[in-house]
Design a binder for this molecule. Sequence first.
Ligand code: ADP
Length: 395
Amino acid sequence: MKILSVNAGSSSLKFTLIELPAKDVIASGLFEKIGLNDSCYTIKYNGEKITTNEILPDHSVAVRKLIDALINMHIISSLEEIEGVGHRMVHGGQEFSKSVILTEDVLERISKYNDLAPLHNPANIMGVRAFMKVLPNTLQVGVFDTAFHTTMAEKEFLYPVPYEWYEKYNVRKYGFHGTSHRYINKTISELLNRNDLKVISCHIGNGGSITAIDSGKVVDTSMGFTPLAGIMMGTRSGDIDASILEYMNNKTGKSVSELTNELNKKSGLLGVSGISSDSRDVEQAALNGNPRAILAQEMYAQKIANYIAMYNNLLNGADVITLTAGVGENSKTMRKMILDRISSLGVKIDEEKNDFRGELRLITTDDSKIPVYVVPTDEELMIALDTMELALKNE
Ligand code: ADP
């Protein structure tokens, strides 16, 4: 069956059309600058990439164009061929612990969490409504970034702040990248043929999070109330002392929201290196001897290593560590820097095995106390698989 996996942003819409159960990507593409004068869309199919410049006033027009293009390019012959649309939803609060069939009533319930993800959730919901309008008879499914993390216990998800912050205002750790961590856990459990694994899953891309998983259930994760917390990222600071906000507000007159924006967009690798948020640029500058690039890389690796060590303790000894996303899948330099910093756990990198990019492979020696695998992530596929499962149940 053909399933569309969709990620809608406020002015963009990314899609992948997947054939299941074969897991083949049939076509993919991106609609950009929706609502602006210079909007365009790109569709990749059969090794070709076609870009069309066309005004897309809103998401419904983009979805209509997408369906027309799929039919005109003979990728599908009719609307009915698409048996489900899976939507990436950022925030499902405490309520949504699994993927769900989206109805108007469910969308209302999801919109209760808009305050918790004001940039993402309204855009995700707008995307769903656009598909409901153009494909009213097609199953729509919501797959939440937060859902996998709803197994965390209160002692893990609570912050040590006045309890009423949680009771009245829902202040707690939610965690993100859940669909990726779930996919990685599924892949490594299938590979090692065990469903009782204790996994430390490291998603290291532009955003980054580390998750401790025991027997398929999340015990703890490094992102928090928002994706700002945890490890250092491309442009996000990760964990910092909250008092810095008041201090910097007094010193600079910048508002809390301006400063929070700097913590999200101007910090991390970019903030420390002063060069780029892209780890390739920072790596190159470090190779050229730039001291701030070297510092940024060392801090980045150390903070990831610290979380791994902490989660190894939490899990009372992990069975396996996995690395994924842009940096984890592609940067042998960063992989080595991280693994060198967890040698106290008995982890030993095999540099020959580590010399590759973008595949599922073991990168540690046979006598490494904990094996470390690179596992390419595939959130689009996970979203499509959940959609297929609900489509089959719904038949
Ligand atoms: P996002 O969080 O936006 O999905 P990605 O998972 O695509 O991010 O990761 C983007 C990061 O991956 C960037 O910092 C980029 O530099 C890094 N990356 C991609 N390819 C390589 C590579 N060959 N070597 C080092 N880093 C890489």
